[in-house]
Design a protein around this ligand. Structure first.
Ligand SMILES: Nc1nc2c(c(=O)[nH]1)N[C@H]1C(S)=C(S)[C@@H](COP(=O)(O)O)O[C@H]1N2
Ligand SMILES: [Mo]
Length: 518
């Protein structure tokens, strides 16, 4: 009898261990898989940030006063302790019923999944690590429980079997190795990214030889609902094909310039910084931006003019395109002319006074006034090939988009927003318009299909940035109203009314917004 009790205690321990091992496998596998998704796709990271978000202020204050800057460590330690207890309990539940234990795992996985989805930077795809981890954990749990059953007097006639004991120990050890290996691998996967992060933090960019003039204060309208004239880096739209943001260590970076040129060369990051850098305000636009959309941002870029790079390379006769390629294989075809005709096309290293953010191409990207990003704004750029449109095609060109992508003149109503409700009386309408390289000379609005009237233009900061506009509608009567907007460039050309979808070379048409006056 006494022996059976010890055995049964030992068996319970084995089930608890089975639960702990499966929890380890879940987090290890999910951690590894998360290297390919958003950082907060790792369930522990997501759960930690969700807990922080949902912690009531008084508890947060208490934690900070108790643990100081170690509050996050304290959080992870307590989360770890809870996880260990839960995992052991689930394992022990597996002694009664594997199905019940599996269900418990699924419920907890659901909570982890909800934590992942609750993060602002995650989408449904970021559930993949949690799902993979859960599947691996379920297999581990069922397998280890079946091995533990052979040690359990409740399930088995001969629980003293040495082979069964050894099998269970091997199984448990195997899953620990799997979990630890996955964590180790995920660390080395993020090591290059970390090196790049550290290098970025340590980097002090040189001052521009030719600084940009200050933005006239009148460029920013003081009107609620208007975007900032200079888009803060963290609010800047991000579009790329990179599943994970490439981590490029500037010490390892070089740019190869080759193809139809007299002088091929490569340039290191330090060589680039040693050149005479310039600053330039430029509004970047995505070809996928729908009419009225927000895939557009304005920044002060610091960089080296691409015309200087090309002057050094000396393109040969017949060349009409530069194919720029990023470290992760994206490419863009830019007309050679756009890089040499005097506009401020840059190999950019700085954005709004700091090194390029990782997501925006650190350490070096291209920006070219007047061209959509997909044919010009290569981030993490490492290769420039001078070639011909007849010989080479870029990433999006081979996927149905136009090989050339000049930005189409656009205007947008920013306030009131679509379907907003505003008080009766005076309604201040405001928006943005852009025609990079050509400038905006005039903006007009039409209310409820009425006569086109001139809007007031805010100050400009060069031809390559957007320009804000406003229109004061003095007597708005209650009801549903519509406002439409259209722009003219400096040559007097009117923005086209013709509606076009983004594919293949950018949307067009006049933006129209409906709103209700109370
Ligand atoms: N390496 C790389 N660079 C890229 C892209 C990309 O997918 N990969 N997308 C381009 C597109 S379509 C646009 S609109 C701009 C967007 O730049 P941003 O993310 O800094 O706003 O980057 C361009 N450069
Ligand atoms: Mo784009």
């Amino acid at each position: 009898m006494k022996e059976t009790t010890t055995r049964s205690l030992g068996a319970r321990g084995a089930y608890a261990l089975a639960g702990l091992c499966s929890a380890g496998v879940l987090f290890g596998v999910a951690q590894l898989a998360s290297a390919f998704f958003a950082a907060s796709s790792a369930p522990m990271v997501a759960l930690g940030s969700a807990v922080i978000d949902f912690t009531p202020p008084w508890l947060k204050d208490l934690a900070i006063s108790l643990f100081g800057t170690n509050d996050k460590l304290a959080l992870f330690v307590s989360m770890g302790a809870v996880a260990i207890v839960l995992a052991a309990l689930i394992g022990m539940l597996g002694r009664r019923s594997t199905a019940a234990a599996s269900t418990a795992v699924l419920v907890l996985a659901g909570i982890l999944g909800a934590a992942v989805i609750s993060r602002s930077a995650t989408g449904p795809l970021d559930l993949v690590p949690t799902v993979l981890g859960t599947v691996a954990a379920l297999f581990t749990l069922r397998w280890l429980c079946s091995l533990a059953a052979r040690l359990d007097p409740a399930h088995c006639d001969d629980p003293s079997d040495g082979v069964a004991r050894r099998n269970f120990m091997f199984g448990a050890a195997g899953s620990v190795v799997l979990a630890a290996g996955a964590v180790f691998l995920s660390r080395s996967l993020s090591a290059t990214r970390n090196a790049a992060d550290l290098a970025r933090k340590a980097l002090r960019l040189p001052a521009a030889r030719t600084p940009a003039p200050a933005v006239p204060p009148g460029a920013q309208l003081q009107l609620a609902g208007m975007p900032r004239f200079i888009t803060p880096n963290q609010d800047f739209y991000r579009i790329d094909t990179a599943l994970t943001v490439p981590g490029v260590d500037p010490a390892q970076w070089s740019l190869r310039v080759h193809g139809l040129v007299e002088h091929e060369f490569t340039m290191s990051f330090q060589e680039l910084l040693d050149q005479e850098l310039v600053e330039h305000y430029l509004t970047l636009t995505c070809v996928s931006n729908p009419v009225g959309g927000d895939l557009v941002g304005n920044a002060k870029w610091l960089g080296y003019p691409l015309r200087e790079v090309l002057a050094r390379a000396k393109p040969t006769a017949g060349a009409d395109m530069v194919l720029s390629t990023s470290i992760d294989g994206f490419s863009a075809s830019t007309p050679l002319e756009a890089l040499t005709d005097g506009r401020m096309a840059l190999l950019a290293v700085g954005m709004n006074g700091e090194p390029l953010p990782m997501e925006h191409g650190f350490p070096v990207r291209m920006v070219v006034p007047g061209l959509y990003g997909y044919v010009s704004a290569t981030k993490w750029v490492v290769d420039l090939e001078v070639t011909r449109f007849a010989d080479k095609a870029a990433y999006w060109t081979t996927r149905g988009w136009s090989e050339r992508g000049p930005v189409k003149m656009s205007s947008r109503v920013d306030t009131p927003q679509s379907f907003a409700t505003v008080p009766a009386g005076r309604v201040d309408i405001g928006g943005s318009a852009w025609a990079q390289t050509r400038g905006i000379s005039r903006v007009q609005v039409s209310i409820d299909g009425g006569q086109w009237r001139d809007a007031e233009l805010a100050d400009a900061a060069g031809l390559d940035t957007w320009r804000q506009w406003s229109y004061r509608w003095e007597q708005a009567a209650p009801g549903l109203h519509a406002v439409a907007v259209r722009a003219y460039d400096l040559s007097g050309k009117l923005q086209t009314e013709e509606r076009a979808d983004p594919v293949p070379d950018g949307s067009s048409g006049w933006h129209r917004v409906q709103f209700t006056v109370e």
